[in-house]
Design a protein around this ligand. Structure first.
Ligand code: HEM
Length: 276
C-alpha cells in the first residue's frame, strides 16, 4: 500500500493508547450527545434529538451504555498503570521526563510559555508531555471520577440512599450536570484548540489516530524529548514507517466527525444555556 511522503516518522502513541483514546472519544461524544438533551430538555434541539432517537427513555439507555463502556476503559487504563508501576517497576511513570505527573518544570514552562506568547522570551523546550497536555489529561481523569461517581449515585439511587442522606442524591444531580457542562465546554474548546487548532497543526493533528509524528513536529513541539533521545540514541527505537494513506484518510475523517459533533454540541449548549 502507498505510504505518504518521504518524511522521517516516530511513534508517539502505542496502539493500545490509540484504541483507548478512540473509546474515550466515542463514549464522551455519546455521553454528551445523550446527556445534554436531558439537561436542556426544554430546548427545541433537545426535543428534536429526543424524538429522532426514540424518546428520553432511549436517550437514557444510550447514556448508560456509553457510561459502562467508558467506565470499562477507565478501569483498564488505571489497572494497567498500576500493573506497570507496581509489578514491572516502571517508576518513570510517576516522575521524570516521560511522566504525566505534574512537576516543578511544568510551572516554570507555563510562565515561560506566556512570556513567549508576548514575544518576551524564547519558546520553552518541552519534554514528552507539555504542561497543557498534562492539564488536559488530569482534567479528564478527575472529571471522569466526579461525573462517574455522581452518575452511578443517580443510576443506583436506592442503593446509595441506604448509606447517604437523600439530599445528597439531589446534590449528585447538580454536580453531574454542572461538571458535565464544564467537561463539554473544556473538551470542545481548550482541548480541541490545544490538540488540533493550534498554529503548526491546524486544521487537525492526526497523531492520536495514526500514532506517528514527524521529526519536524517532534523537534518543534517536544524539543527537549527529541534532543534527549537523539543524545542517547533512543530515536531509532521509536522510528516508524510512514502512515498508510488509508490510515491518514481515516484519521482525517474521524477528526472531522469528532470536531464537527463537538462544535455542534457546544453551540447547541451555549444557545440553550443563554436562553434558559
Ligand atoms: C460513568 C459515567 C456516567 C454515568 C454513570 C452517568 C449516568 C447518568 C444518569 C443515570 C443520568 C440521569 C439522571 C436522571 O435520571 O435524571 C445522567 C444524566 C446526565 N449526564 Fe451522565 N453519566 C455519566 C457520564 C456523563 C458524561 C461524561 C457526561 C457529559 C459529557 C454526562 C452528561 C450528563 C448530563 C448533562 C445529564 C443530565 C443532568 C441534568 O439533568 O441536569 N454524563 N447521567
Amino acid at each position: 500500500m502507498a505510504a505518504v511522503g518521504e518524511k522521517r516518522y516516530f511513534f508517539r502513541f502505542t496502539l493500545g493508547q490509540r484504541y483507548l483514546h478512540g473509546l474515550l472519544m466515542a463514549t464522551f461524544l455519546g455521553l454528551a450527545a445523550t446527556g445534554l438533551p436531558l439537561r436542556f430538555s426544554a430546548a427545541p434541539w433537545a426535543l428534536q434529538v429526543a424524538a429522532t432517537l426514540g424518546g428520553l427513555g432511549t436517550i437514557l439507555f444510550l447514556h448508560k451504555t456509553c457510561a459502562l463502556l467508558l467506565t470499562a476503559g477507565f478501569l483498564v487504563h488505571v489497572g494497567s498503570l498500576l500493573y506497570r508501576a507496581v509489578f514491572r517497576g516502571e517508576l518513570g511513570l510517576l516522575w521524570g521526563p516521560n511522566s504525566m505527573v505534574p512537576q516543578p518544570r511544568d510551572i516554570v514552562q507555563l510562565l515561560q510559555h506566556f512570556r513567549w506568547f508576548l514575544w518576551l522570551g524564547p519558546r520553552p523546550r518541552f519534554e514528552r508531555f507539555a504542561y497543557w497536555e498534562k492539564f488536559d489529561y488530569w482534567a479528564v481523569f478527575w472529571g471522569m471520577v466526579i461525573i462517574g461517581l455522581s452518575g452511578y449515585a443517580m443510576w443506583f439511587a436506592p442503593f446509595f440512599a441506604r448509606y447517604l442522606p437523600g439530599s445528597w442524591l439531589n446534590v449528585a444531580l447538580v454536580i453531574h450536570g454542572d461538571e458535565a457542562l464544564l467537561a463539554v465546554w473544556f473538551i470542545f474548546t481548550v482541548h480541541f484548540f490545544n490538540s488540533h487548532l493550534r498554529p503548526g497543526v491546524f486544521p487537525m493533528d492526526p497523531v492520536i489516530f495514526t500514532g506517528r509524528t514527524t521529526a519536524e513536529r517532534m523537534s518543534e513541539d517536544h524539543s527537549a524529548e527529541y534532543e534527549r533521545l537523539a543524545r542517547v540514541g533512543g530515536l531509532q527505537a521509536i522510528e516508524a514507517d510512514a502512515p498508510m494513506r488509508w490510515l491518514v484518510n481515516f484519521a482525517r475523517l474521524l477528526a472531522v466527525l469528532a470536531l464537527g459533533t463537538g462544535f455542534a454540541l457546544l453551540l447547541a449548549t451555549l444557545v440553550a444555556f443563554i436562553r434558559r
